[in-house]
Design a protein around this ligand. Structure first.
Ligand SMILES: Cc1cc2nc3c(=O)[nH]c(=O)nc-3n(C[C@H](O)[C@H](O)[C@H](O)COP(=O)(O)OP(=O)(O)OC[C@H]3O[C@@H](n4cnc5c(N)ncnc54)[C@H](O)[C@@H]3O)c2cc1C
Length: 384
């Protein structure tokens, strides 16, 4: 945890400089090659970017939520693929262990995740269970000191790179619903675990997803997260609550970058004898984007501070994810529009960001699922 503003500002400054001096110049290459150069990954490790949210006792920086979202604003100024690589170790790929893991699980896995020596992935989604995650069918049947896992997980971020997977599976396959779901740490080399081919995506080249397939995969019982059956879905939801705030912050950072690019282009590009920034219809797009980014940034900071104050921010996290990701989509669209034809051409970052940010409205709960969570919480509160 960073306890003083000066140390936090030093971290934010070094991340800001690293993003602008190292990551931004590599954006085009990463998009073309679909790979982040190993030397860049090594620099990300050195900066401590893999362990932002992992407790100090296990080698991480243990940032508060407010500190974490402020770092996310900075990292998201560049291609989301860079953020995606460190994103699972700081978020969905480690937080199940951080929040609900046993001491032995924490000691064994967290230092390696914090250092970036291994990558962690989060495997909830299945071919037949996306938004309705509680209907998942992957099974984990106890057999002595092991569980036998069978099933397929889909679209798993960083699965091709990961050494460990947090896997949600049904320990009582006969029972429907969330109460029969447990969470496991499964190591990559466990016999019976295989990966599908890497998915070809709309954007975020350099970040990879694929299926994770379990066929009679024998996992030690000691890898049941928290050593307790039936609470895995709760663990997953706690992880996602935090993840939604992080993604909302990423949306703010990406939108700020797109707006900065659009403003610069508008001031340079001339038509009808004027910079297009002189035209009020262009100004309206710039102004709407600025106001919406400011609103999203304020929301994210407020919700993060409330979470740090131990308030239940399930509603606020969904409000942030919903508003910030939809806002980011509108800013991306306006950025392409302000760039005119150039906005449709791959040479300009506007085209790439337009495709990259589309994902934010889909994963870690679609916009519709955020709406459902918000309304459901409102109704529940009104019934109390
Ligand atoms: C690039 C990428 C990375 C991902 N990474 C991960 C990961 O690391 N780990 C992981 O577990 N998952 C991951 N996912 C999966 C992601 O979380 C799901 O795709 C997402 O939750 C939506 O599920 P679905 O694709 O099955 O869509 P569906 O649930 O089939 O939804 C289709 C449409 O129906 C709507 N809908 C569904 N239910 C309702 C309802 N009740 N009311 C109104 N509308 C509804 C949805 O909003 C959506 O518009 C990733 C996905 C992608 C594309």
């Amino acid at each position: 945890m960073i306890r003083d503003e000066e140390t936090l500002n030093l971290l934010l400054d070094s991340v800001r400089r690293f993003v602008r001096e190292v990551l931004v110049p590599h954006e085009h290459e990463v998009s073309e090659s679909d790979e982040i150069p190993p030397a860049v990954v090594a620099q990300m490790r050195e900066l401590g970017l893999f362990g932002l949210s992992i407790p100090e006792a296990y080698g991480g920086l243990q940032l508060t939520m407010e500190e974490e979202v402020r770092v996310a604003f900075e990292i998201a100024y560049t291609s989301p693929a860079f953020r995606s690589l460190i994103g699972t170790n700081n978020g969905i790929g480690s937080q199940g262990i951080v929040i609900d893991g046993t001491e032995a699980q924490k000691k064994h896995y967290l230092p390696k995740l914090a250092a970036g020596d291994i990558i962690g992935s989060f495997a909830l989604t299945e071919p037949g269970a996306g938004s309705d995650a509680a209907s998942l069918r992957t099974s984990a049947v106890r057999d002595g000191e092991h569980y036998i896992i069978n099933g397929t997980k889909r679209y798993i971020t960083n699965a091709p790179e990961a050494s460990i997977y947090t896997v949600m599976a049904r320990t009582d396959p006969a029972r429907k619903g969330a109460g029969a779901i447990s969470a496991f740490i499964v190591e990559k080399d466990t016999p019976g675990l295989t990966l599908g081919k890497v998915d070809k995506k709309m954007g975020q080249r350099g970040a990879h997803t694929c299926d994770v397939i379990f066929e009679n995969c024998r996992v030690p019982a000691a890898n049941l997260i928290g050593g307790k059956e039936g609470v895995g879905f709760k663990t997953a939801m706690k992880v996602l609550d935090k993840g939604r705030l992080h993604i909302a912050a990423v949306c703010v950072g990406a939108a700020e970058r797109m707006l900065e690019d659009a403003l610069r282009y508008a001031m340079e590009r001339e038509q009808f004898g004027h910079a297009i920034a002189d035209f009020q219809l262009i100004q309206a797009m710039l102004a709407d984007s600025k106001a919406e980014i400011y609103a999203a940034r304020s929301m994210v900071l407020d919700a993060a501070r409330r979470r740090d104050n131990k308030e239940d921010v399930s509603t606020e996290a969904s409000c942030c994810k919903l508003f910030a990701s939809e806002m980011c989509g509108r800013v991306a669209d306006r950025s392409v529009q302000i760039h005119g034809g150039a906005g449709y051409i791959a040479e300009y970052a506007a085209e790439r960001f337009y495709r990259d940010v589309r994902l934010f409205r889909i994963y870690e709960g679609t916009s519709q699922i955020q709406q459902i969570v918000i309304a459901r919480n409102m109704i529940k509160a009104a019934q109390r």
